[in-house]
Design a binder for this molecule. Structure first.
Ligand SMILES: Cc1cc2nc3c(=O)[nH]c(=O)nc-3n(C[C@H](O)[C@H](O)[C@H](O)COP(=O)(O)OP(=O)(O)OC[C@H]3O[C@@H](n4cnc5c(N)ncnc54)[C@H](O)[C@@H]3O)c2cc1C
Length: 368
């Protein structure tokens, strides 16, 4: 049986697209399969943010943001890049201390981060509530429209990347069975199908974390930075139960994208009016005028969460020729470039740009 490509990538979300791009850059002929069922890439906020919950997350997000900045001058306008920066909002003295600690961690890593006083914060974002204590500004953060960025990545190497709209239903390394019954062959297969990766690899320790978003009509100039409450990390990232956190993004269209909520193990795409109400109350708590704005759409998306919130990148320990690029939770748009570089380097025998160990599948007992 002759092979159909050097590598088959299952999934054309931002992670699969970035993997295909990095593999093509490394000289591989890539076939990307996606059945258009949709995934987190089309549902996410598109915030490109340096996150520092732990050193591995900081390394991957920081490195990836540098890649994004390198891509920006070449991306078409519909990728909607904006260098908006992030304001991490402190509502009280303990959160101001947390902002200072965050600043120290980021600066130690070479990331620009400035403390903003209460009065300076009001000048930067006059619509915020007046009693905030201050903020940490991270000017290097930005945002993109991820579905178009994924398409742009897939278009970069037309000689090397081919895309087929079809469902993969099984992998018998290095072959992939399609919903049509056809088998495709390659030297290697990359699983980058987000939350659906467990349909092909049930042993993956990935759980869905549902999120809801709401977008307003166009109100240009209302908000200038991505605004996130400093409590976000504890209320949203470390919580095991349902949680909400204030997170508002100024889209380049002038619309405000309002998040965010997290619910474990809910795989329905239905809106949850109770969580949506909690999320909007949280938004109104920080932006008192937000209730007067016209909302035009609400939607949900499923983040693919691993137990430690880091992605799984590298060889499947028990399945030869199968490679994993999954579990990017709420940071996959940001970290897709670095994830793809690590994976492509491991697959082609090159030196990865970062130590790949923290992202290896072998950290999980069910995979080692
Ligand atoms: C509400 C919300 C807000 C978010 N906000 C941000 C943010 O601001 N910043 C950030 O960095 N990240 C954010 N994220 C996370 C980010 O969206 C994800 O981490 C990222 O999109 C994951 O990309 P992916 O390519 O791994 O998966 P997906 O985007 O889910 O792509 C998987 C693809 O695989 C395809 N597929 C699945 N199974 C098969 C199959 N068997 N055969 C063929 N095709 C298949 C699907 O059609 C889909 O296109 C957010 C997520 C949510 C839900």
């Amino acid at each position: 049986m002759s092979k159909d490509a050097d590598v088959i990538v299952i999934g054309a979300g931002i992670v699969g697209a970035a993997c295909a791009h990095a593999l093509a850059q490394a000289g591989q002929r890539v076939l990307v399969l996606d059945d258009h069922r949709g995934g987190a890439t089309a549902a996410g906020m598109g915030h490109l943010v340096v996150m520092d919950d732990n050193p591995a997350e900081l390394a991957l997000s920081h490195h990836s943001l540098e890649q994004w900045r390198g891509w920006v001058p070449h991306m078409p306008a519909d990728c909607a890049w904006s260098a908006c920066g992030t304001l991490w909002l402190a509502a009280n003295a303990p959160e101001m201390d947390a902002a200072l600690e965050k600043q120290a961690r980021l600066q130690a890593y070479g990331v620009a981060a400035e403390m903003v006083s209460a009065s300076a914060l009001q000048a930067l974002e006059p619509v915020l509530r007046k009693d905030l204590t201050g903020a940490l500004k991270v000017p290097g953060d930005g945002l993109v429209y991820a579905p178009n960025a994924a398409q742009w990545l897939l278009n970069q190497y037309p000689q090397a990347i081919q895309v087929r709209q079809v469902a993969a239903v099984d992998v018998e390394e290095p072959r992939v069975r399609l919903s049509t019954g056809e088998w495709l062959k390659a030297d290697a297969v990359v699983l980058a199908s987000g939350i659906y990766a467990t349909q092909i690899c049930p042993e993956l320790p990935i759980r869905p974390k549902k999120g809801q978003l709401l977008i307003t009509d166009r109100y240009p100039g209302t908000v200038h930075h991505q605004l996130v409450e400093l409590g976000y990390v504890t209320s949203a990232h470390h919580a095991q139960g349902p949680s909400v956190a204030f997170n508002v993004q100024p889209r380049p269209t002038g619309q405000l994208l309002i998040g965010s909520s997290r619910q474990f193990d809910d795989t329905s795409v239905d809106l949850d009016p109770h969580m949506l109400a909690r999320m909007l109350q949280r938004a109104q708590h920080y932006l008192p005028g937000i209730g007067d704005l016209n909302a035009i759409r609400c939607w949900t998306g499923l983040r693919a969460a691993t137990p430690d919130s880091l992605p799984i990148l590298g060889a499947h320990p028990q399945r030869p020729h199968l490679w994993l690029a999954v579990g990017h939770e709420g940071l996959g748009i940001t970290t897709a470039p670095g994830s793809a570089q690590i994976l492509a380097a491991l697959m082609t025998g090159a030196t990865p740009p970062l130590d790949p160990a923290p992202y290896s599948a072998t950290r999980f007992a069910e995979l080692s």
